[in-house]
Design a protein around this ligand. Structure first.
Ligand SMILES: N[C@@H](CCC(=O)N[C@@H](CS)C(=O)NCC(=O)O)C(=O)O
Length: 217
C-alpha cells in the first residue's frame, strides 16, 4: 500500500561524510524524514530525475515541500533555522558567537574538507576517475596537518563543543572531517581525538550514522 501522506522532508543520499552531516542534523533536531538512499558514483546521481533536482549531480540534497537545498553545511543550517527550537537550535545567535560559529564552518569546509581531505580522496581512492597526482596528494596531507593545528589548539581546553555550551552545526562539520581523516589514516592529534570521542557518543550521531548506512537506509 502506498503512503497516503508523504512526509514533507525528503533527504537524498547516503554513505558519505557529507550525507552523514544532513542525517545527523535531522536526528539532532528530532525530525521525521524520508530517505532516498542514492549513492555517489553509482549512476544514481546522474538520472534525469535527480539531475532535474540537482544539476550538480551531487548528494546530499534536501527537499522540504517545494523548497530544495543542497550543500551539506547549508542543509544543516536550514534545518536548524527552520525547525530548531530554543532547546535544540544548532546555530548560536549572539553576534560574536555567531561569527565564531561561521568561522569554524568556513574553516572546516574550505581548509579541512575541500582543500585537504577531498583532494586526497580525489587523487587517492578515486584516482581512476580524477587522475593520479601523488604530489597533490602528499601536499594536501601536509596542508591538512598544518590547518588542523587551529582545531587542536582551540580544543586544548577540553571544551565539549566548538562554540558555547551546546552542539552546533560547526561540530557536525568538524567531527565528520575528523572521522574522515581517521578513516584515511591521516594523523589526528590528541585534543581532537578526545573531542571526537565525546561528540560521537551522542545518540543523535549514532542514529544519523545508522541512517547514513547504505545497507540499513
Ligand atoms: N560540497 C558538497 C559536496 C558534495 C559531494 O561532493 N558529494 C559527493 C559524495 S561525498 C557526490 O555526490 N558525488 C557524486 C557522484 O560521485 O556521483 C557538500 O558538502 O554537500
Amino acid at each position: 500500500m502506498t503512503d497516503p501522506s508523504p512526509r514533507r522532508l525528503v533527504l537524498w543520499g547516503v554513505g558519505t561524510s557529507r550525507t552523514l552531516r544532513a542525517h545527523w542534523a535531522l536526528h539532532e533536531l528530532g525530525l521525521d524524514y524520508e530517505c532516498r538512499p542514492i549513492l555517489p558514483r553509482s549512476g544514481e546521481t546522474k538520472t534525469p530525475e535527480y539531475t532535474s533536482l540537482n544539476p550538480r549531480q551531487k548528494i546530499p540534497l534536501l527537499e522540504d515541500g517545494d523548497f530544495k537545498i543542497a550543500e551539506s553545511p547549508a542543509i544543516a543550517a536550514y534545518l536548524s533555522n527552520t525547525y530548531g527550537t530554543c532547546e535544540n537550535s544548532l546555530i548560536p545567535t549572539e553576534p560574536r558567537a555567531h561569527a565564531t560559529w561561521l568561522e569554524w564552518c568556513f574553516y572546516t569546509v574550505t581548509e579541512l574538507d575541500a582543500t585537504s581531505l577531498y583532494v586526497m580522496r580525489r587523487h587517492g581512492d578515486l584516482k581512476h576517475i580524477y587522475g593520479e597526482a601523488p604530489v597533490a596528494l602528499e601536499s594536501a596531507s601536509a596542508y591538512f596537518a598544518t590547518q588542523l593545528r587551529h582545531a587542536e589548539q582551540a580544543l586544548q581546553d577540553r571544551r565539549p563543543f566548538l562554540v558555547g555550551d551546546r552542539l552546533t552545526t560547526a561540530d557536525i562539520l568538524l567531527t565528520t572531517c575528523l572521522t574522515w581523516a581517521v578513516d584515511y589514516r591521516v594523523p589526528v592529534t590528541a585534543a581532537c581525538l578526545n573531542y571526537m570521542e565525546t561528540i560521537t557518543a551522542r545518540q543523535a550521531y549514532r542514529a544519523g550514522l545508522a541512517a547514513n548506512n547504505p545497507r540499513t537506509a
